[in-house]
Design a protein around this ligand. Structure first.
Ligand code: 2AM
Ligand code: CA
Ligand code: CA
Ligand code: CA
Length: 262
């Protein structure tokens, strides 16, 4: 998985150098995809099918490929942070996870521009190269830097309203909010203790699968914001065990505020 991520990363780095020449198309109102995404996905698919013939795939661009081996499935986002990439911002990643018997087993998130490989395997810890990762030790919310993702153009109006209320509840409560535009890296940064927490709603399985393994193995807590299944709704809150309930409280506060306003 690391070799596949590195190979895809080399392709992305080349395309990033000539980003103005890429063909870009739209999958939705603000949902861009380029040939860089497709090329990287192709490299990952070819590399992993060769290494593990028969495993299934869930990929952002190509979709689902059923494997003959029903217990193993790769979940792939060849380029997380496409909008950053297309705007020449060096903050984008390759995200690859392996799900075994319906459970997330392994995750790799590769920050191509900074050449950082974050990886984790259930029971083996989370790592940045050969440094073992641990979520931040901070316990006070007012000292915490918390990341999030904003709903984008084309998302339902209520999603934007919801987000605005969560920001209203969160900004005065913590030291700072960050919005970098790659959910996979946001989760990797929580695992590495660079962010004290991260929340976002409505993400896709390939945005979060690898990052979830990273955060768990780094000792963090991940829950679905409204109590559902994270991989179904893609709405998640990740933080250390002390900050998690404090952030959750602020998000609940936002929901109550929203109900009152309605
Ligand atoms: P992507 O770059 O692979 O599409 C940030 O909020 C997260 O949402 C990213 O992981 C990003 O993944 C995803 N996303 C999907 N569609 C998006 C869009 N139109 N604009 C910004 N982020 C988008
Ligand atoms: Ca996309
Ligand atoms: Ca993504
Ligand atoms: Ca993507």
């Amino acid at each position: 998985m690391i070799a596949a991520a590195r190979a895809a990363g080399r392709s992305l780095a080349r395309d990033f150098g000539e980003v103005e020449n890429l063909q870009v198309s739209k999958k939705g109102p603000a949902d861009f995809v380029s040939n860089a995404d497709h090329r990287a996905e192709e490299i990952i698919y070819n590399s992993l099918t060769k290494a593990r013939p028969g495993y299934g795939f869930v990929m952002e661009e190509r979709g689902i490929v059923e494997g003959t081996d029903k217990s193993n499935k790769f979940i792939v986002d060849p380029l997380d942070g496409t909008l950053n990439f297309l705007h020449g911002q060096p903050h984008y990643a390759v995200s690859i996870a392996l799900e075994r018997e319906g459970k997330l087993l392994t995750g790799v998130v590769y920050d191509v521009a900074k050449n950082e490989i974050f990886w984790a395997e259930t029971g083996r810890g989370a790592w940045l190269e050969n440094r073992k990762l641990r979520v931040a030790a901070r316990t006070k919310l007012h000292e915490a830097v918390v990341a999030t993702g904003t709903p984008w153009h084309g998302k339902a109006e209520e999603k934007h309203t919801h987000f605005a209320r969560e920001m209203l509840a969160m900004t005065p409560a913590c030291a700072g909010i960050r919005r970098y535009g790659s959910a996979a890296l946001d989760l990797a940064y929580v695992a590495a203790g660079r962010f004290d927490g991260f929340w976002e709603r409505g993400l896709q399985p390939w945005d979060i699968a690898a990052g979830i393994v990273l955060v768990r193995e780094a000792g963090g807590t991940i829950t679905e914001i409204d109590g559902g299944d994270v991989m179904q709704t893609g709405s998640l809150l990740a933080a250390n065990e002390d900050l998690h309930p404090l952030i959750e409280k602020q998000l609940r506060h936002a929901a109550a505020f929203a109900r009152k306003a309605d």
